[in-house]
Design a protein around this ligand. Structure first.
Ligand SMILES: *Cc1c(COP(=O)(O)O)cnc(C)c1O
Length: 227
């Protein structure tokens, strides 16, 4: 099966990159980005051992997670999050990577059902200051992190970014290195963030070199997406 084969290749590459970066084996988690992929793609990947899945559209992901009939999968919301979608996200997902303002975090915290435990969240950083992308400016992150860390329904895990497109591996590392420095500087101020969600199909090797703990991969695993 194509997905099984792709999964094995990505896992091998991740293991090699992790080792060449001098990082412990298994320190990078693969998030399978299944947005706009059919249910069967998720079932194939899950059958091959993949557990973590990422979705960009709240309802599409919920439909899929319920349709799998499995309760051993972990679902991450990685799309732009609007206020009117926070409730369904807080009720169904285990992670949100794209918290880009305090208000969204407050809503997720209030709406998280107690029985589900804390919702894992990352703050999205607009690391290249692009008008087209959401996310906090790097110099706003520490102040927002300090507040989000106190919200009872959430567990603040770390930072996420989608850098501008760069072609060479050397150039790709630069924004990821700034993300790592940002995480380190926040942790020096008393937080214990353990997650850097960064790297996609085109740049995940560079992200692993700079300390990514979650890489979000769609195309390399599932092929091109539907419309
Ligand atoms: C679509 C998407 C991905 C996966 O992108 P690929 O290039 O297909 O690997 C990762 N992260 C986010 C936030 C996305 O929207």
């Amino acid at each position: 099966m194509k997905v099984t084969e792709n999964l094995r290749k990505i896992q091998d590459l991740l293991a090699l990159e992790t080792q060449s970066a001098g990082r412990p084996a298994g320190s990078v988690q693969l998030l399978a980005v299944s947005k706009r992929q059919p249910l069967q793609a998720v079932l194939d990947a899950a059958g091959a051992g993949q557990r973590h899945f990422g979705e960009n559209f709240a309802q599409e992901g919920i439909d899929k997670m319920l349709a799998t009939g499995r309760n051993d999968l972990v679902w991450h919301f990685i799309g732009h999050l609007q206020s009117n979608k926070t409730r369904i996200v807080a009720e169904h997902y285990q992670w949100v990577h794209t918290v880009d303002r305090l208000k969204i975090a407050q809503r997720l915290s209030e709406q998280r059902p107690a029985a589900k435990g804390e919702l894992n969240v990352c703050l999205q950083v607009n690391i290249d200051n692009e008008d087209s992308k959401s996310g906090l400016a790097a110099d706003e992150v520490a102040a927002v992190a300090t507040k989000v860390a106190t919200l009872p329904g959430l567990k603040l895990r770390g930072l996420m970014c989608i850098p501008a497109i760069r072609t060479s591996a050397t150039e790709q590392r630069e924004p990821f290195a700034r993300m790592r420095q940002l995480l380190d500087s926040i942790n020096e101020h008393g937080l214990e963030l353990d997650t850097l969600s960064m790297g996609m199909t085109a740049d995940y090797a560079a992200a692993v070199q700079e300390g990514a703990t979650i890489v979000r991969i769609g195309t390399a695993l599932f092929g091109a997406r539907g419309e």
